[in-house]
Design a protein around this ligand. Structure first.
Ligand SMILES: Cc1cc2nc3c(=O)[nH]c(=O)nc-3n(C[C@H](O)[C@H](O)[C@H](O)COP(=O)(O)OP(=O)(O)OC[C@H]3O[C@@H](n4cnc5c(N)ncnc54)[C@H](O)[C@@H]3O)c2cc1C
Length: 481
C-alpha cells in the first residue's frame, strides 16, 4: 500500500474496533465517537498532507527499485541530505498542528526506523528477535501505520522496584510463556493517542532493577487486541467546543490513556525483547532512540515555541504594550529561544555520526541538551505570554456574546490600539487556549514530561558527558598561575 490518506487512516480505525473507556462509557468505534472524532480528524489531516500535491514530494520517499513510496519518517538516513529530508517532512506535520500534536505518527515511525537500523541489538538474545524487529518495521512502513507507545509503569509506589510490589502485576509483566507467545498482565501508563492509533508499542526505559526480569518487555501489537483496554483521562472537549472560542483545544486535543492488559497474548513474532534487565536498561542508548526522536521532537517543539512567541508578539502589538522597554526585553528573550532551538537541530545534523547498522544519526549532545532545556524555555515563554497579556487573558467574551445584542458594547470596549475588537478578543483567546485552559495546561505538562523525568534527563546528561576536555582546561588555567 502507498502512503495513506486521512480517509484511509480513518477506515483503518473503523475496521479495528478496540476497547476504550472514557467518562464511564465504553467506545469501540473511536472514529464515530464525538469525543474522539476531532483527535482522529487531526491525525487524518496529517495523513492528507503527505498525499497532497503540495507536500507529497517532501513527505515521502522511495527505495531504489522499491515499488511503493513510504512516509519520510520511516526513511533510514544514510547522508546529511537524508537527515534534512526527514527534518523538512517532520516540519510540515509540526507546523500543521502548531506543534500541538506531540505524538504525531512521525514520532514512533522514527523509533521503528531506529530499531530497524539497530536490529542487531535485539538479536543479542537470538536472531529471531532481530528478524521480528525488521519485519515489524517493514509491516508498519508498508501499511503506513500510526503507532502509540506506553513505556512508563503506573505510579503505584515509586520507592519500590516492579517486583517488590504486593501485586505482582501492578506493573505489566509476563504471566506465562506459551508456544504461541507471551501472556502479559498488568498496566502501563500512559499512551497518548492509545485509543486512536493503529499499533501500540511497549518497551523498557532505563532504571530497571535486578529482579524485574518479568517486567522487561518490548513488543508491538494492534490497539485492537483482545484483552487490551484503554482507560482515558477525562476529556477536555466533548466534541462541542467552538473553534472560535478554543482555536487549539477544539482541534488538537490528544487523548491520554492508561493501558490495561488482561492476559493478552503477544505472539512470538511481535516480541522484540524480554526478561533481560541489562538489555532493557541499554535499549534507549544503544538503539539510537534518543538521537532520532530527539531530532523529531525538536522540530515539533520549535513549531510550538514559534506559535507561543508569535502570540506574545501579537497580543502586545494589539494593545501597543510592545512599546515598553521591559516588554520588548521579554519578547526578545522568547525570540532568542527560537534561534537556540533551531541551532541545536542544525548542530545535531551537522555533527551526525555513523550507527553500527550503517545509517547516520543526529548527534546526541545538542539534541539531548534541547530535550532538557526546551521544556524550561517553553514554560518561560508561557509565563511571559500570560504576564504580558495581563487581565486581558481572562476577560474575553464568547463568539455568542459578540454576535448578540451586546455586540456594539463589545466592539467599542474590546478593541485594541492596533486591532478591532474581534481580532483582539481572538488573539487573547488563542493566548489563553495555548497557555491557560485545560488544553493549554496539558500542553505545558506534556513538554515537562513527554520525554521522561526532567531531573533524570538532566542528571544523565551530566553522567554521559565527556567532561575530560573541560577538566583539562581547568588544569591549564591553574597551571598558568
Ligand atoms: C501529557 C503527557 C503525555 C504523555 N504521553 C506519553 C506517551 O504517549 N507514552 C508514554 O509512554 N509516556 C507518556 N507520558 C508519560 C511520561 O513518559 C512520564 O510522565 C514521564 O516518563 C515521567 O514519569 P512519571 O510520570 O511516572 O513520573 P515519576 O517518575 O513518577 O516522577 C514524578 C516525580 O517524582 C520523582 N521521582 C519518581 N521516581 C523517582 C526515582 N526513581 N528517582 C528519582 N526521582 C523520582 C521525579 O523526579 C518527579 O519529580 C506522557 C506524560 C504526559 C504528562
Amino acid at each position: 500500500m502507498p502512503v495513506r490518506s486521512g480517509a484511509e487512516f480513518i477506515d483503518g480505525l473503523r475496521c479495528a474496533p478496540r476497547e476504550v473507556w472514557i467518562a464511564g462509557r465504553r467506545v469501540d468505534d473511536v472514529a464515530a465517537d464525538p469525543v474522539f472524532a476531532r483527535p482522529v480528524q487531526a491525525v487524518a489531516m496529517l495523513y492528507d498532507l503527505q498525499t497532497s500535491s503540495e507536500h507529497r514530494e517532501a513527505m515521502t520517499c522511495r527505495d531504489a527499485g522499491g515499488a511503493e513510496p513510504y512516509g519520510a519518517a520511516f526513511l533510514t538516513p544514510r547522508s546529511q541530505a537524508d537527515l534534512v529530508k526527514r527534518r523538512l517532512a517532520m516540519k510540515v506535520w509540526a507546523e500543521a498542528s502548531f506543534g500541538m500534536l506531540g505524538r504525531s505518527p512521525d514520532f514512533l515511525n522514527t523509533t521503528l526506523m531506529a530499531w530497524n537500523d539497530s536490529a542487531e541489538f535485539f538479536g543479542q538474545r537470538g536472531a529471531r528477535f532481530a528478524d521480528n524487529v525488521r519485519n515489524y518495521y517493514k509491516y508498519c512502513r508498508e501499511r503506513d501505520l500510526f503507532a502509540t507507545h506506553a513505556i512508563v509503569n503506573p505510579q503505584t509506589d515509586r520507592s519500590k522496584a516492579s517486583h517488590q510490589h504486593g501485586d505482582p502485576f501492578a506493573h505489566l509483566g509476563v504471566v506465562e510463556k506459551t508456544k504461541d507467545g507471551l501472556i502479559v498482565r498488568g498496566a502501563k501508563m500512559l499512551a497518548t493517542h492509545g485509543p486512536t492509533a493503529d499499533e501500540l508499542l511497549v518497551y523498557p526505559q532505563p532504571g530497571i532493577r535486578d529482579g524485574d526480569e518479568r517486567h522487561v518487555l518490548a513488543f508491538g501489537i494492534p490497539c485492537a487486541t483482545k484483552g487490551l483496554r484503554f482507560i482515558c483521562r477525562e476529556p477536555f472537549d466533548d466534541g462541542t467546543q467552538s473553534a472560535w472560542d478554543h482555536p487549539l483545544g477544539a482541534r488538537f486535543e490528544e487523548p491520554d490513556a492508561v493501558c490495561v492488559f488482561d492476559d493478552v497474548l503477544i505472539p512470538w513474532d511481535r516480541v522484540f525483547l524480554y526478561g533481560d534487565v541489562k538489555m532493557g536498561n541499554a535499549l534507549f542508548a544503544q538503539a539510537s532512540i534518543r538521537n532520532f526522536t530527539g531530532h523529531q521532537t525538536a522540530v515539533r517543539g520549535l513549531a510550538k515555541c514559534q506559535l507561543i512567541a508569535g502570540i506574545a508578539v501579537a497580543l502586545t502589538r494589539a494593545v501597543k504594550s510592545d512599546t515598553f522597554l521591559h516588554v520588548q526585553e521579554q519578547l526578545g528573550e522568547c525570540l532568542g529561544y527560537l534561534q537556540l532551538i533551531e541551532a541545536a537541530i542544525m548542530l545535531g545534523e551537522q555533527k551526525a555520526e555513523p550507527t553500527a547498522g550503517g545509517a547516520i544519526r543526529p548527534a546526541y549532545a545538542p539534541l539531548q541538551a534541547l530535550r532538557y532545556h526546551l521544556p524550561k524555555w517553553y514554560e518561560r515563554m508561557v509565563q511571559v505570554t500570560q504576564t504580558l497579556a495581563g487581565g486581558g487573558l481572562l476577560v474575553s467574551p464568547t463568539e455568542a456574546d459578540l454576535r448578540s445584542e451586546i455586540g456594539p458594547d463589545i466592539a467599542r470596549y474590546y478593541k485594541g490600539a492596533n486591532a478591532g475588537a474581534e481580532e483582539r478578543i481572538r488573539t487573547f483567546k488563542l493566548a489563553w487556549d495555548a497557555t491557560g485552559t485545560q488544553f493549554g495546561q496539558r500542553m505545558l505538562h506534556y513538554e515537562r514530561y513527554y520525554a521522561g523525568d526532567p531531573v533524570r534527563v538532566g542528571a544523565s546528561y551530566y553522567n554521559d558527558y565527556d567532561v575530560a576536555p573541560l577538566l583539562a582546561m581547568v588544569k591549564r588555567a591553574l597551571a598558568a598561575g
